[in-house]
Ligand binder design. Sequence first.
Ligand code: S3P
Length: 447
Amino acid sequence: MNTPHPLLSRPAGALNGLVAAPGDKSISHRALMFGALAVGETQIEGLLEGEDVIATARALRALGAGIERLGEGTWRVSGRGVGGLIEPGDVLDLGNSGTSARLLMGILATHPFTTLITGDASLRRRPMNRVMDPLMRIGAVFAPREGGRMPLAITGTAEPVPIEYTLPVPSAQVKSAILLAGLAAPGRTSVIEREPSRDHSERMLRHFGAEVTIEDLGDGRRLASVVGQPELRGAKVGVPGDISSAAFVVVAAAIVPGSRVTVRGVGVNPLRSGLIETLREMGANIALAGLREQGGEPVADITCIHAALKGVDVPAERAPRMIDEYPILAAAAACAEGTTRMHGLRELRVKESDRLAAIARGLAAAGVKIEEGEDWLAVHGTGAPPKGDVRIAVNLDHRIAMAFLVLGAASRKGISVDDAQPIETSFPGFAALMNGLGARIGESGPP
Ligand code: S3P
């Protein structure tokens, strides 16, 4: 286990500059996995080299795929074809990464051997029934710990059955796991979502040559299906910048007076960009320029100039399109004038930590008035900078660490986090990048 690394974010002056966001985490995992299931070589540019994605690379290597790092962000995958992975010789440790665990479970569901998977204390607390339930219908067999938790054993089936499955919770990970399992099944495997989640798997499966159909079923419901047993062909993938990482930089510029920051090459997939919409409703000055397409995903440069923010209501229907952005939205809300009410937050309770509790506890300790419900949060901002002067318990949650470090820059007395190490899972170099813009994040000294 890594030793905890406390960091302190002191109040900062204006943030200024132009930066590139690290590669998109969701797309990076998928590029490696789909490459491993394709025939031939996949060349990836801009891969996120964070711990979560490295966990996926390590697991795929253990399953027999050829995975090589050619240079910074440039990786080559030599695939084994759909159903072609081999039994690993040891337990696969997926660290902190829910995406690695759940998507790999989808892949392993149709490989007829037994794999043991585990992860860190955070991942071992997270619910896996949501992904095991549909995969059992396809034919996989699981032996999890009490409550459907990891470590668990998965034995894949040699005769997968195609299914049609309606997701009980909005989850791109579960949807993707089912579609990945469906790749090996004869016929069409379909997933119905009541609230559409990120569609990177659907887009990338097409890019690798699979037949994917998307249907609008009305009332916001959406069906995604894949025709099984395709020959996936290795492809070139350019990974866009991660909007969920860019979000920390954008909000920092929005809440620190005098700031003007541009983040280049950010993926602005409509199913990921709910935060931009929300910040604009709050009065943020955000411009998207140079809209272009990269590997089937829309990409733009995002500029944010500081402006006074006001509280807004964030509807539950928007949650799947900004599910990872609530910690940093809450930091923006803490600096806004008026109340920001966020609805439909149940899923935050089962992320890398109970994020709803962590946000509420942290903001209250930093001097912000909040109310917390089972699946909602109200943040009562005054328009003045929050006091800060608190040390936040990160509990292995990268986004909690980054959100409070950003808030520290806009606070009166600074905010520290007890462990910044988890930031390495998604945003290596976060503190240095922020400091390059004018933030003052550094060693915090004894608590
Ligand atoms: C992800 C889906 C989301 C998100 C996670 C990445 C993905 O999780 O929170 O960071 O890459 O599919 P859920 O599927 O649990 O909503």
